[in-house]
Design a protein around this ligand. Structure first.
Ligand SMILES: [Zn+2]
Length: 104
């Protein structure tokens, strides 16, 4: 993991989700009413659709960068929390297998 990856990628429209990367500029998200990541507890995921986030990105709104950064940081903090828990519980090998089996 690179320390700037969650924030730099967010600003460039690359969002990390529990179901893999979302490149928000892709036209398939133009009318997508779903939250960015239904499993994510962050404010943007609880409040805005993929279509609205894409609109903000395409329009060059600075709000997109803020919301996308908030989401990506929430996603990475959740991974790190689960990683620490797995180490403490002695389930790190299972954690690794699970996270490697997910789409990138
Ligand atoms: Zn989120």
């Amino acid at each position: 993991m690179d320390c700037v990856m969650p924030t730099r990628n967010a600003r460039n429209g690359c969002l990390f989700t529990s179901q893999g990367k979302v490149l928000i500029k892709q036209s398939r998200y133009r009318d997508d009413p779903r939250p960015l990541d239904p499993r994510c507890p962050c404010y943007p995921c609880r409040t805005f659709s993929r279509a609205y986030l894409r609109h903000l990105f395409i329009a060059g709104e600075i709000l997109f960068s803020t919301l996308a950064t908030l989401h990506n940081l929430t996603h990475y903090l959740d991974i790190m929390r689960r990683l620490r828990d797995a180490i403490l519980l002695g389930t790190f090998p299972e954690f690794l297998r699970d996270i490697r089996s997910r789409p990138q």
